[in-house]
Design a protein. Structure first.
Length: 316
């Protein structure tokens, strides 16, 4: 099978039929063998009924329905697990991503040797203040933090080799950083393609300003996980040892000062009246706690079980 098209959605009933027809048209024009996988992330409108009707009309159309809303990352994870195509395309269901871009993305994977190709919505039709400016700031921070030079990390239109999606773990809210996850997993051939962005035709966006706050928090998380996710003791142990060393030196200084004054018969004060006593005590306690945090992190990492992150109520 050439293509698997994975489409997560939440309350997009109005756009599904039109999007499906558009995809089928593009697939027929290019003689692709394909499957379309809709993942209904807990919609409360008639989205699942629309998916059932589309699946009944077209055997290449499949669906996954979550029991409730779990988030886009979990929806993509379920879609990736089900996908059988040599190349996997992800896109949003709101008609802002154009299916006409699929052949170009597919060719970049199959003929140019990329592992992953990310879309770049160079010209956007979103609000400048609520989306465009925060998105530019977010993408700049992502480039600086990850070292991956992409202009649009958050574009939902992406193409992957099958082996890529089968070897990355998309959880939490990490769908924004799939290129970074792929890079960390050893897939370094990552490209970018300018894609057409369209104004929303139906409904309203499901994302508010809070997604950018969450995005920056997730960026810190993925930075930490990419460097210390497999070895938390390297960070917490080093910090703990450094703090403990400061405390130990402070304690030795207090002891040396006490002995020096006693030796020269000078008036001494109680150790607890010396501010260095509290510096030594505080830093040694913090150092011990950090060291224990790293130790516990190593234990958890080695004993954790893979928890079920979402529940599927129906599949087609």
């Amino acid at each position: 099978m050439n293509l698997s098209i994975v489409i997560p959605l939440l309350n997009e009933e109005e756009s599904l039929k039109e999007l499906h027809q558009w995809i089928v048209k593009v697939m027929a024009e290019n003689n692709f063998s394909y499957e379309v996988i809709f993942i209904d992330d807990g919609s409360t409108d008639g989205s699942w009924n629309s998916i059932q009707q589309l699946a009944a009309q077209n055997t290449n159309t499949k669906g996954i329905r979550f029991q409730r809303n779990y988030g886009k990352s979990q929806a993509l994870h379920a879609g990736f697990a089900k996908a059988l195509g040599d190349v996997i395309i992800t896109m949003d269901a709101d008609l802002q991503d154009s299916p006409d871009e699929i052949p170009g993305l597919y060719n970049m994977i199959t003929t140019q040797g990329f592992d992953l190709v990310s879309g770049w919505k160079k010209k956007r039709y979103d609000s400048v203040l609520s989306k465009n400016m925060p998105s530019k700031l977010f993408n700049w921070a992502a480039r600086k933090t990850s070292g991956l030079i992409l202009n649009d990390f958050n574009c939902g239109l992406k193409a992957y080799r099958n082996i890529v999606v089968k070897n990355i773990e998309v959880s939490g809210e990490m769908h924004r950083y799939i290129p970074v996850l792929a890079k960390n997993a050893g897939f370094s051939r990552i490209g970018e393609k300018v894609v057409q962005h369209q104004a929303r035709k139906y409904g309203s966006t499901k994302f508010g300003m809070e997604r950018f706050v969450n995005g920056f928090l997730d960026l810190i998380t993925i930075w930490f996980l990419s460097r210390f996710g497999k070895r938390p003791m390297h960070l917490f142990g080093a910090m703990g040892a450094f703090m403990f060393f400061i405390g130990l030196m402070s304690a030795l200084y207090i002891g040396f000062l006490k002995l020096y004054k006693l030796y020269h018969h000078e008036k001494t004060i109680l150790v607890t009246d010396n501010p260095w006593f509290f510096i030594a005590l505080t830093t040694m306690i913090i150092g011990t706690q950090l060291f224990l945090a790293g130790f516990l992190g190593e234990i958890i990492l080695r004993t954790k079980n893979n928890e079920e992150r979402y529940k599927i109520s129906e599949t087609l």
